[in-house]
Design a protein around this ligand. Sequence first.
Ligand code: GLU
Length: 313
Amino acid sequence: MAGRFAPSPTGAQHLGNARTYLLAYWSAKQRGQRLIFRVEDVDSPRVKPWAVQQSLDDLLWLGLTWDEGPDREGAVGPYLQTQRMSIYKRVLQDLIAENRVYPCCCTRKDIQNAGSAPHFDHEPAIYPGTCAGWKHGMPLPEAGTYCWRFRSSEKVFEFDDRVLGLQVTRPSETLGDFPVTQKNGEPSYQLAVTVDDSEMGITEVVRGNDLVASTFRQLQIFEFLNATPPTYAHVPLVLGKDGRRLAKRHGDTRLSTLRSSGVAPEQIVTWAAHSAGLIGSDKKVAHVDEVVPRFSWLNLQRDDVVLEDDWSN
Ligand code: GLU
C-alpha cells in the first residue's frame, strides 16, 4: 500500500500544490501507507532543472516525509521519470505490437479544426480519428513527425472517487484517442504516470480535480497492463478570489517565496487543514502529523477552495 507525491518540475510549487500534498500525506499516514516521491520531469521543454531540488526542499519545509524518493533510495526507484525511459519504451513496444496505438501526424490545429468539442472541463477537442486506420506492420511516417496515439476503448469505465463519488464514462465517446508519446518520442504524461503508478505499487492517488478525464485515459492503460488501478481522490483546486484557478495574477503563492519571506510552514498547514474542514477555525496546527488522526475523506470539505488571504505580503 502506497501513496505518492508527484510534482512536475515545470515551475515552482505553490499553495494549491501544497494543499494537495498535505491531503495525500494525511490520508496515507492515517492508513499506515508508505509514500513515494516521484518527479514527473518528462515534459522536457517545460521542465526547469532547479525545480526538482526546490520541490524536495518545499515539501520537507512543510514537514512532509516520504519513504522513498530521489533523496532516499528504496525498492521501486529510480524516482525521476527521465531515468525510467527504458520502462516506458518497453510498454510502448507492447502497445505497438498489439495495435493499441497508431502513429499520428496531426497537429494541435488540425485537431482543433476537425475534432469535436471536449466533453470534460480542461480538455482539448476530441481527436477525429484521422490517422486511426494504421495497422501494426504498415510503414511508419518519418521519425519526429508523429506521436503514438492510443485507441480509446468502446467499453464503459468507472471508478469510485474518494471525493467525487462514482465516475462513469465511455472513453471512445467522451475522450477520444490520446497521445502516449510526444513527437520527439518522449512518453506523454498519461503513459509515464500509469506505468509508474503500476510499477511502483501505488494504491492511492490524490491529485487535483482537473485530472478526472486523465484518470479515464489511465484506467485504459492499466487495463492494457493487466494491473489493478489505485484508488483515486480528486481534490478541489485552489481558486483566487475571482473564482479562477490560482495563478500569478493572484499574487505570489510560490512556497519558495513564502519560505524566504518568513511565512512559517505551520501557517500553511493550518490553512490547508481549515480549508479541508479537518480542524476548527480557532485551532492552530504546530506540525503536519497533528492532523493525521483527524483526517477522513468522508468529512472532507468538498467545495471549491478560495484563497482569501493575500500571502504575498
Ligand atoms: N505531476 C502532476 C502535477 O504536478 C500530478 C499528476 C498526478 O498526480 O498524476 O500536477
